[in-house]
Design a protein around this ligand. Structure first.
Ligand code: PDD
Length: 286
């Protein structure tokens, strides 16, 4: 049984409790982060901590934990659960007022709820999907327009994954005004003539922590990067494609809406970027 963290306490998962009036539960009034663990150490921790602080501040929520307190809890959960490879999930809600109310509670009276738990994934680095590549479908992007805030409003992404599954695919890329925004839980990229193309940062997409690292490594390796929106037609005509996120690192995309990219196997750019990302992340893990 896992040991999880709830509001200052480490508890067996079956004993951890949150109020039914919690605004995370009633209103999706909560933000989250997912940080991966390799070799028992945290990948890109500071990026996730910084984005968490930003998400909270954009929603006028208190940040109940300092960077060092946050790190300590992450490490304690890794230790208590013996995680070598996997993820740490963190969620902070606006707390549980005495009753349901649309108006935000007074932050001096209602404290945020903090929940954290581990997910053990022994095949995180050595993932078969990374070797075979994934298939994606395209769907309209029907989410709200502040996707740069990492809120727990995950119903539409969840529906997108279900639509992909029904179509015999692995994930969905979302399209708005003719251009790809991102994957349901990852950032989206195409490669054409050696150039990496991915949507530029704005309120339209989540500012992926893995994205930032991968683009930095790509530039350091003298690869050309173009940050601009691209269409699904452009993606179908690309030489290769890939996604990035804390839980996948880099996954090659080998098919989009039934159209095979190249020879239908993972492309060299995605494969190389995955190798570099894993190597560099292991080195800088804390
Ligand atoms: N998802 N875009 C969306 C919509 C995401 O939900 C995520 C992360 C990303 C990639 O961000 P990062 O590289 O910081 O993980 C992009 C997490 C992994 C999840 O929901 O499980």
């Amino acid at each position: 049984m896992r040991t999880v963290y709830v509001n200052g306490e480490y508890l067996p998962e079956t004993q951890a409790k949150v109020s039914i009036f919690d605004r995370g539960f009633l209103m999706a009034d909560a933000v989250y982060e997912v940080t991966s663990v390799l070799d028992g150490r945290l990948i890109d921790f500071d990026g996730h901590a910084a984005r968490l602080a930003r998400s909270l501040s954009e929603l006028e929520m208190q940040n109940p934990l300092s960077r060092d307190e946050l790190l300590e809890i992450h490490r304690e959960l890794v230790r208590r659960n013996g995680i070598e490879e996997g993820m740490i999930y963190l969620q902070i809600t606006r707390g549980a007022p005495a009753d349901r109310d649309f108006v935000f509670p007074d932050p001096d009276e209602v404290k945020p709820t903090v929940v954290m738990f581990t997910q053990n994934k022994p095949e995180l680095a050595d993932n078969p999907a990374a070797k075979r590549g994934i298939k994606v479908i395209s769907i309209p992007d029907l989410r709200w327009s502040r996707r740069d805030i990492k809120t727990v409003q995950l119903l539409y992404p969840s529906m997108g994954k279900m639509a992909a599954k029904k179509a015999g695919c692995d994930d969905a890329w979302m399209v708005e005004d003719g251009f790809v925004t991102e994957g349901t839980s990852n950032n989206a990229y195409i490669v054409k003539d050696g150039r990496i193309i991915t949507r530029d940062l704005s309120h339209d997409i989540l500012h992926g922590i893995t994205r930032a690292a991968v683009l930095r490594f790509a530039r350091e390796a003298q690869m050309e990067v173009e940050e601009r929106p691209f269409t699904i037609d452009e993606a179908k005509a690309a030489d290769e494609a890939f996604i990035t996120s804390a839980s996948t690192f880099v996954f090659p995309v080998v098919e989009i809406d039934g159209v095979r990219l190249g020879d239908g196997t993972p492309g060299p750019v995605a494969t190389r970027l995955r190798e570099i990302y894993l190597e560099e992340s292991r080195k800088s893990a804390i």
